[in-house]
Design a protein. Structure first.
Length: 316
């Protein structure tokens, strides 16, 4: 694992006291990380997280960390408890294999974001529990959760807003510091800086293909969006003894416990048939009112999943 300091600690500021609104100031098509709570749901726009990367939040008495690594396209929500204590995470300024390295302010242990595992410090080897979450458009979030809350613009200064590696600048959320990176063929920090790219030796899978990674115990399997889509929008697999159904819908990729059901695509994109009824692949809800349990998963680019788990891809 290649770990290196890229910017100073906290030059990209985490959001430690988040506030929320009913209305969003951005485009309805903007992507958001959505977490359902006991009282509703909250959305965390990637447009904001590009400049902050971590939100330390709490709902239903549960401390959580909403985390985003733009270079890895890695959106994962973790329960921020370990070793009997609640942790508060910040951005270390380091990268591990081009992935965000978080640190906790309580023990100063450092954590690889895509894995949720402490890679150094007193908590080395400890893993954070993954919280079910999904990345969809704000439009979809608002339609599904009319009473949902969206993160308010945190503001402040961030290294992500600056062209100078040592001088954070005021955040302007209408600017996208990663637009060119997402549109380019390269991947990793060098590609973001226009200095080339890491090597990739697979022609059947793009390094920045969106993957939904499911881990159960010691077993892990990544589901590339394109492969699920090509299979009609639904695939089934067993991961660590858990039967999983993965759906691609017009607005995202989702994993649920299959519960012995075999789903088939319908003529309606995003809807699937099983047990004599239809199911919404985005929510896991059936036309009869039944619901599937969403599987805790990690949304990230293929190269980042491969860094952590090798070629553990569905279809390989």
């Amino acid at each position: 694992m290649d770990v290196r300091q890229v910017v100073p600690r906290d030059a990209i500021p985490s959001v430690d006291d988040p506030s929320f609104r009913r209305e969003y100031d951005g485009d309805p098509g903007d992507r958001v990380i959505v977490v359902e709570t006991g009282d509703g749901a909250r959305a965390y726009p990637l447009r904001y997280l590009n400049y902050h990367e971590i939100v330390n939040d709490r709902f239903d008495g549960r401390p959580v960390a909403i985390t985003w690594c733009p270079l890895c396209g890695s959106a994962v929500v973790y329960e921020r408890t370990a070793d009997g204590r609640t942790l508060t995470f910040g951005v270390s300024g380091k990268l591990a294999d081009d992935d965000l390295v978080m640190y906790d302010r309580e023990t100063e242990s450092e954590w690889k974001q895509s894995m949720g595992e402490a890679i150094s410090g007193p908590l080395a080897g400890v893993e954070l529990p993954v919280v079910p979450a999904v990345v969809v458009s704000y439009r979809r979030f608002a339609d599904e959760h009319p009473d949902g809350e969206v993160l308010a613009p945190p503001g402040g200064e961030s290294e992500a807003a600056s062209d100078d590696d040592d001088d954070p600048a005021p955040v302007e959320y209408d600017d996208d510091p990663y637009r060119e990176y997402f549109e380019s063929d390269g991947f990793g920090l060098a590609a973001h800086r226009g200095e080339g790219s890491r090597e990739w030796d697979r022609e059947d899978l793009d390094p920045k293909a969106v993957v939904l990674g499911v881990e159960v115990g010691e077993d892990a399997l990544g589901f590339p969006y394109d492969r699920v889509e090509a299979a009609g929008g639904v695939v089934h697999a067993t991961v660590g003894g858990l039967d999983v159904a993965v759906f691609v819908t017009p607005d995202g990729i989702h994993a649920f416990e299959a519960a012995d059901r075999e789903f088939e695509p319908t003529d309606d994109p995003g809807r699937f048939r099983a047990d004599g009824t239809t199911w919404d692949g985005a929510t896991g809800e059936s036309a009869e009112g039944d619901g599937l349990a969403r599987v805790p998963a990690r949304r990230l680019f293929a190269f980042a999943w491969r860094d952590d788990h090798g070629d553990a891809f569905y279809g390989d």
